[in-house]
Design a protein around this ligand. Structure first.
Ligand code: R5P
Length: 302
């Protein structure tokens, strides 16, 4: 039996695109809430022998995690031979150490939770900083898809004379790859975070921006404070900047705040559904899922 993709919440569009590329079918996953806020999950009952692929970007993870676990457990009870997870955005990876006494190291705890829920994971550019590879926290096979090539393609097609700017040293891992694939130069800034909504970012070298379009690239935009700090430095000194976001979490009015701070355009990948989505990831994600399903078939047998 071929794979069955089950999208959670608003991940239906990605699931359909993946199913088309994989020659798989999309099954139903209904998630309803009782008045007391408990969840009822009901999935496609014809899963006997199927390789089930849950598709759930893990923004709003506290909301979604339990629903995901219920769906995975139910798929197994209904006869699925394997249950994988495509989570383009993988939450909790930023809390990768105990910053203050007594704090949870959520990256490890959340990885353990997913280990116990599914057989494999495919995600996109997870926020890895002190944890160098997903294999250090996951026991299940966990594959990372890079958004660098699709983003570089978008930049090549839409921006003349780009200069890529990463807001902090961690962004080197994304910005260097994108700049090299787009044939562009880049600059990395330094960031000091004083609190969740209080960040300081070093000044970009505006002389390098003469005749160029600044393209700010970050893996996550949450409150928007990081990108706004860079946009405020640039405002009036060069062409309006273009902001490119891999995972558009956009909490509250974060998206609008980027335009208020002087962005000329804000685009994102479709790792999380949002009106700014302009860069599709279904092709590289489907390739990673196809490889994982092939490996599963070899391990479990036809
Ligand atoms: C953290 O280092 C990430 O790469 C992002 O820079 C950060 O999550 C952005 O958060 P915010 O939009 O809240 O400033």
């Amino acid at each position: 039996m071929s794979a069955v993709l089950l999208p959670l919440a608003d991940d239906g569009r990605l699931a359909t695109a993946l199913a088309t590329r994989l020659g798989a079918r999309v099954g139903t996953l209904r998630w309803t809430r009782f008045p007391d806020a408990e969840s009822l999950i009901a999935i496609d009952p014809s899963l006997d022998g199927a390789d089930v692929v849950l598709v759930a970007s893990l923004n709003r993870p506290d909301d979604k995690a339990l629903a995901l676990r219920f769906a995975a457990d139910t798929a197994r009870e209904l006869g699925a031979r394997s249950v994988g997870l495509v989570a383009p955005y993988l939450a909790y990876m930023r809390q990768d150490r105990r910053f203050h006494p007594g704090e949870a190291v959520s990256a490890r705890a959340f990885a353990r939770f997913l280990d116990e829920s599914v057989d494999w994971l495919v995600t996109v550019d997870p926020h890895l900083h002190r944890i160098k590879a997903l294999g250090r926290v996951f026991r299940i096979p966990a594959d990372c898809v890079s958004a660098a090539a699709p983003i570089a393609g978008w930049i090549r097609d839409h921006v003349e004379q780009p200069l890529l700017i990463g807001p902090d040293e961690e962004s080197a891992q994304w910005v260097e790859r994108m700049a090299s694939a787009a044939g562009a130069s880049y600059e990395l800034l330094r960031k000091v975070r004083h609190g969740p909504t209080d960040v300081e970012v070093s000044l970009p070298d505006v002389r390098r921006l003469r005749g160029r379009t600044p393209v700010l690239v970050d893996d996550i935009v949450s409150t928007g404070k990081t990108m706004c700090a860079v946009l405020e430095h640039l405002h009036g000194r060069c062409e309006p900047a273009i902001c490119v976001v891999i995972h558009p979490l956009f909490v509250g009015d974060a998206f609008e705040s980027l335009y208020r701070a002087g962005a000329g355009l804000v685009v994102s990948t479709d790792s999380i559904p949002h009106s700014s989505n302009a860069i599709r990831l279904d092709e590289p994600i489907a390739a990673a899922v196809a490889a994982r399903l092939a490996a599963t078939s070899i391990e479990i047998g036809p």
